[in-house]
Design a protein around this ligand. Structure first.
Ligand SMILES: *[C@@H]1O[C@H](CO)[C@@H](O)[C@H](O)[C@H]1NC(C)=O
Ligand SMILES: *[C@@H]1O[C@H](CO)[C@@H](O)[C@H](O)[C@H]1NC(C)=O
Ligand SMILES: *[C@@H]1O[C@H](CO)[C@@H](O)[C@H](O)[C@H]1NC(C)=O
Ligand SMILES: *[C@@H]1O[C@H](CO)[C@@H](O)[C@H](O)[C@H]1NC(C)=O
Ligand SMILES: *[C@@H]1O[C@H](CO)[C@@H](O)[C@H](O)[C@H]1NC(C)=O
Ligand SMILES: *[C@@H]1O[C@H](CO)[C@@H](O)[C@H](O)[C@H]1NC(C)=O
Ligand SMILES: *[C@@H]1O[C@H](CO)[C@@H](O)[C@H](O)[C@H]1NC(C)=O
Length: 355
């Protein structure tokens, strides 16, 4: 009997410490402008991950393999998204590089060969989405971090390597489809000039999607936002590195093989189709998502950031300065206090039982 209590206490201590069971918040919950989300995908691409057709490690990301003609790709060339262009640390014997997305210089069968990955989940509806990314500096590609439902409900951050200080912040809409799949003359297209060559470092690209509002961020600073053409239906999160020779956009192919490198993705979001009411043990155990306000390290995959949910243990994880840490400082003190109390009860019980 007493042993049972002890085990329950010990397991509660572990659970309370690991989970943000009341969700993840943007801006502190006592601020009038905040939002919170119930689900997450946190991926540390600096860890070893096998890339296979069925997934990238157990990250919840899937490679996208498809071919498209030039006409369908609306460019001078078609697009061929291939698994061989998605390369993880495993290929480097565990050296920390991140996940590489390659665009090849050689045109084959009229197509430029690139890379794309997507979350397996397609029920993502509102959230905050963040990527640590170092884009290629070789002109002629498009590096894209985006949420996608269909061609009229899409949130896009795209960096064209022909002009690698510019971040394009786009909501695709009926208007962009009406203009021949070109958002450039619609109200939900803007260029943000970062005034720095984005290819030299990892930066955090982020968008917050809320009912009726999308805001875009670069290294934690808001760059623009829109209140129109805002998607309202579920979809999935994607990363892509591509080229189709379109003179008005990606240009290319690049003169040599080009890589864009991903160090992490952190996505905190709500999901559609859950008929279960959201409940949590304590209304105060909301994890405040920390802001990433600085560029992340140097040329090598050195994107130090924090995760709430540590990835599963690796058999031969590389040692790196970027090993994820539990962001305990961002967890409400109340939650930590609870965990300590339970741990203390468990410990006392152990001592009392004399085992
Ligand atoms: C968080 O606070 C910032 C600064 O006040 C504001 O611009 C942003 O819209 C807020 N986010 C949400 C989700 O309310
Ligand atoms: C996310 O879902 C929770 C639970 O249903 C809800 O309380 C919260 O307001 C939602 N967040 C947004 C930004 O819609
Ligand atoms: C795409 O095209 C390439 C080059 O022709 C070919 O090797 C590959 O098998 C094709 N992939 C798919 C999914 O059809
Ligand atoms: C993808 O999600 C489905 C459920 O929607 C699940 O059955 C499947 O195992 C998932 N696949 C991977 C690789 O995560
Ligand atoms: C995209 O999805 C929305 C919501 O389901 C739908 O209303 C719209 O017609 C879709 N657009 C296209 C091009 O299929
Ligand atoms: C890059 O974009 C900026 C802003 O639109 C523009 O002024 C500049 O001419 C562009 N540079 C190149 C090389 O296209
Ligand atoms: C990480 O970045 C810092 C700052 O740019 C640099 O001093 C350090 O050598 C880098 N570490 C690795 C492992 O690349």
């Amino acid at each position: 009997m007493r042993l049972e209590i002890l085990l329950i206490a010990a397991s509660l201590a572990l659970q309370t410490r690991a989970a943000c069971d009341c969700g993840y918040a943007i801006n502190s919950t006592d601020s009038p402008s905040h939002a919170f989300f119930t689900d997450y995908i946190e991926t540390d691409f600096l860890q070893l991950q096998d890339v296979s057709y069925s997934g990238i490690g157990d990250t919840g990301w899937l490679p996208q393999i498809w071919n498209q003609t030039a006409a369908a790709a609306r460019g001078q060339y078609g697009r061929s998204q291939e698994i061989s262009n998605i390369v993880s640390n495993t290929a480097f014997g565990g050296n920390v590089e991140g996940l590489q997305l390659w665009v090849r210089s050689k045109v084959e069968d009229g197509m430029v060969s690139g890379a794309e990955i997507a979350t397996n989940r397609t029920d993502i509806l509102y959230g905050t989405f963040r990527v640590g990314m170092r884009v290629t500096g070789i002109a002629g590609t498009c590096s894209a971090f985006f949420w996608y439902r269909n061609d009229t409900q899409e949130i896009d951050m795209e960096i064209l390597s022909k002009n690698v200080s510019i971040v394009n912040a786009i909501l695709q809409s009926d208007a962009s489809v009406g203009q021949g799949f070109n958002a450039q003359d619609t109200p939900t297209y803007q260029q943000y000039d970062a005034h720095t060559p984005l290819a030299q470092q990892f930066h955090e690209y982020r968008f917050d999607w809320l009912p009726g509002r999308v805001e875009f961020f670069f290294d934690g600073a808001k760059i623009t936002g829109y209140m129109e053409n805002v998607p309202n239906s579920p979809g999935h999160l994607m990363l892509s590195h591509w080229s189709n020779g379109n003179e008005a956009w990606s240009m290319g192919p690049p003169v040599e093989d080009a890589t864009t490198t991903i160090s992490y993705v952190k996505a905190y979001f709500n999901v559609s189709g859950s008929d279960k009411a959201f409940t949590c043990a304590s209304q105060v155990a909301v994890c405040l998502i920390p802001e990433q306000t600085a560029a992340l390290g140097s040329v090598s995959g050195n994107g130090s950031t924090s995760f709430f949910n540590p990835p599963p243990a690796q058999s031969s994880a590389p040692t790196s300065s970027a090993t994820p840490t539990l962001a305990s400082d961002a967890i409400s003190p109340c939650m930590n206090a609870n965990a300590w109390i339970w741990a203390w009860i468990a410990y006392t019980a152990l001592v009392v039982l004399g085992c």
